[in-house]
Write a protein that binds this ligand. Structure first.
Ligand code: NAD
Length: 498
């Protein structure tokens, strides 16, 4: 059986003997296993990172940028291989896996501009003979703990910015699809990065706890489910670390009566069912405003959903593939059971779906639930599968209130032709990322990504200038070069600039 090992400079310490199986979700077979590390594994990686980080931080930013440029070239060159590998472990279709790599690469492109981003600020003559300048310095060693659903993009969000800023980085990817993170780290080495600058350790809670408690890791970025995000945030902060922790989501798509419904249906099909709904920026809840809009939308949604093609992840014609594990398939189907018991109308039922020739694969058919209400558990919680819920809103006020009052606040979208309604909605809704006629509003790499409420713990977003801020600390220097002629004044009062 293929074994996936850590990537630690100078070799890996003795194995713990614990492993985790890696499925091929399309066939339902175990295709590999990944070793699970512990605090000794982490110590080895930290020791190496400590050795190389000071010289990397002292390397001028143009040279650091050159490594990022070369890494970008190598990822582009190997994109097909990365996408296929990703697809075989995750289950998302290969075209979608390309998108996963591409959205991460865009952050690497932003990180290539690190000399410009790190220029700092300077105020000449802030007082008599006094200049003030500020600079951002790396923290040392950063760690990233990432989820299964974007095994290329999310690691690149984190290590791209952290390393360009002068840090070493230790990545703990999801144990469910760890091969692409390892390939990315290999390509980073090939791009000319010193050994030890980017290392990958595998593991589960034991490894995560070791990271949270390690005295030489001052900053941790996490993306995953909300309960774990909160745990990471609290334990990391209790250890006086800088922590950003992004959690789950339940994004709503508001459909105003004037929306172009054909466009909405097309957008919803991709945003609710693409990647089998395993995206934190998926749109699993649609909120038509008014009964008439709801009925018209439902009528158009049914044939569109029935036309979706589910296939193995390397089927070029499939709209979406299997979910990631058998446990996850059971979980998603369990939520459909719950919704039905709670009184939701199961309009299209994806339970018990079986793909001919791949009966052991972890496929869930597309599911449409109508008349979902806000008191239902299946509405309150994240399902993370190919399930679209219709929650009917009375009016615009109701449509603003629903996503605003939900425990999650990652993304939201409004579909309308009315600029005033869209503007009003974007201003008032209590959610971190808003799309106006854009179903999946993941901000481009030079803006930043981050949800609110239980979708994001901590105060700094991912990537863009917010990412740079997270991975650096600001130093403020006030300088004076006296020539001996100045009146020294009273040194016992707090200095003012006159
Ligand atoms: P997960 O929370 O199960 O795992 C995330 C990471 O935490 C993994 O590396 C895992 O090994 C680790 N982990 C798991 N259990 C742990 C424990 N008990 N203690 C410590 N660490 C633990 O998440 P997942 O299933 O891999 O990913 C899906 C979730 O991630 C969804 O909730 C999704 O919404 C969320 N997500 C959020 C964003 C965002 O930006 N907000 C982006 C992508 C995914």
């Amino acid at each position: 059986m293929r074994q996936i090992d850590h990537l630690i400079a100078g070799g890996t310490p003795a194995s713990t003997g614990r492993t985790h199986k890696i499925w091929n979700p399309s066939t339902g077979e175990v295709q590999a296993e990944v070793v699970l590390g512990n605090s000794d594994t982490l110590d080895a990686a930290v020791a190496k990172a400590k050795e190389v980080q000071p010289a990397w931080a002292a390397t001028n930013p143009q040279k650091r940028a050159r490594v990022m440029f070369e890494f970008k070239r190598l990822v582009e060159k190997n994109k097909q291989e990365l996408a296929e590998l990703l697809s075989s472990e995750h289950g998302k279709v290969v075209d979608d896996a390309h998108g996963d790599v591409q959205r991460g690469l865009e952050v690497i492109e932003f990180a290539c501009g690190i000399p410009q981003a790190l220029k700092g600020e300077y105020s000449q003559g802030a007082g008599p003979g006094i200049d003030v300048y500020s600079m951002r310095q790396p923290l040392g060693i950063g760690a990233g703990i990432t989820p299964f659903n974007f095994p290329a993009m999310i690691p690149m969000w984190m290590f791209g910015m952290a390393i360009a800023a002068g840090n070493a980085f230790i990545l703990k990817p999801s144990e469910r699809d760890p091969s692409v993170p390892i390939r990315l780290a290999e390509l980073f080495l090939e791009a000319g990065a010193p050994e030890g600058l980017l290392q990958v350790v595998h593991g589960d809670k034991e490894m995560v706890d070791a990271i949270l408690d390690h005295p030489d890791i001052p900053a941790i970025s996490f993306v995953g489910s909300s309960d774990i995000a909160q745990y990471i945030y609290e334990r990391g902060a209790a250890n006086a670390k800088r922590v950003q922790a992004f959690g789950g989501a339940k994004n709503h798509g508001i459909v105003m009566p004037d929306a172009d419904l054909d466009q909405v249906v097309n957008d919803l099909a991709g945003a609710a069912f693409g990647s089998a709904g395993e995206r934190c920026m998926a749109l699993p809840v649609v909120v038509p405003v008014g009964e008439d809009t709801a009925d018209r939308l439902r009528e158009k949604l049914i044939p569109a959903i029935n036309a979706l093609r589910i296939g193995v992840s390397n089927d070029p014609d499939a709209h979406y593939g299997p979910v990631v594990t058998p446990e996850h398939k059971a979980r998603v189907e369990g939520w459909i059971d719950t919704a039905e018991k709670e009184g939701a109308e199961v309009v299209i039922d994806g339970r018990g779906f079986s793909l001919q020739g791949h009966e052991k694969g972890f496929f869930v058919g597309p599911t449409l639930l109508d008349r979902v209400t806000t008191d239902m558990e299946s509405y309150k919680e994240e399902i993370f599968g190919p399930v679209l819920q219709i929650v009917r809103a009375k009016d615009f006020e109701d449509a603003v209130r629903l996503p605003s009052e939900h425990q999650y606040g990652n993304g939201v979208a409004i579909f309308t032709r009315n600029g005033h309604a869209a503007r009003e909605f974007a201003n008032r809704v209590n959610v971190g990322m808003v799309g106006i006629n854009v179903p999946i509003p993941v901000p481009v790499s030079y803006h930043s990504f981050g949800g609110w409420k239980r979708s994001g713990f901590g105060d700094t977003d991912q990537y863009g200038m917010e990412g740079l801020k997270f991975w650096t600390k600001a130093k403020k220097i006030t300088q004076r070069w006296p020539d001996g002629s100045a009146d020294l004044g009273n040194a016992f009062i707090i200095p003012t600039m006159g």
